[in-house]
Write a protein that binds this ligand. Structure first.
Ligand SMILES: [Zn+2]
Ligand SMILES: [Zn+2]
Length: 203
């Protein structure tokens, strides 16, 4: 039965929300999105903003670094590591420009908008490459102390958004595989070699 009770809060919020009565705007440059100017996939960015993102077209299947000659045997950078524990590794955008800014803002301030944008772009990148994901989706956990400090795990939030797009993935209610048993240093300012050392023996 439909409730006849008036929800004044919803009415007030929808009245305040410009998206209800103004054309949607590109989430990056603010340009109004009118049909042709929309990017074909996300409907969140204009065509120009979306095609100018630092997309990774081809990458190494072992370390996910961008490379012109993808090979399952690894690129020149990761051939020095003969032991490998992954079947494949994929990346869709380079960590630079607006993507770096968006990831850092999302990581430290949990903006709902950025969660939606980053999750959607990840899904788009996979579709462009023809990568199909199935099975459990396991976000990298945070240590308890970092979780208390930040109040949220950005990887968990992003996984929720990705799972919303890709129904063949399932997100276990409790993280079954990995548990961070000790804190590591903030990775934001580290280079690749420092990052590699930073995650040794922490899971
Ligand atoms: Zn734009
Ligand atoms: Zn590689």
């Amino acid at each position: 039965m439909v409730s006849r009770k008036t929800n004044w809060r919803t009415i007030f919020e929808s009245w305040l929300n410009p998206g209800k009565w103004l054309p949607c705007q590109c989430w990056q440059c603010g340009q109004a999105l009118w049909g042709d100017s929309e990017s074909p996939f996300t409907n969140l960015l204009c065509y120009s903003c979306e095609v100018n993102l630092p997309w990774i077209r081809t990458h190494c299947l072992r370390c996910a670094q961008p490379t012109l000659n993808p090979s399952q045997f690894g690129c020149s950078a990761c051939k020095n590591f003969p032991t490998w524990h992954l079947d494949e590794c994929h990346s869709v955008l380079r960590y630079e420009d607006s993507i770096r800014e968006s990831l850092l803002s999302f990581k430290f301030s949990q903006q709902e908008r950025l969660r939606k944008l980053l999750g959607t772009l990840f899904h788009e990148g996979l579709m462009i490459k023809g990568v199909e994901l199935t099975g459990p989706l396991v976000p990298v956990p945070l240590s308890n102390s970092r979780l208390r400090q930040r109040q949220f795990n950005q990887a968990q939030l992003l996984a929720l958004e990705i799972q919303r797009h890709i129904s063949t993935l399932c997100l276990p209610k409790t993280n079954p595989i990995t548990r961070k048993i000790q804190g590591s240093s903030q990775a934001t300012t580290l280079n690749i070699e420092q990052r590699r050392k930073n995650v040794q023996n922490v899971f």
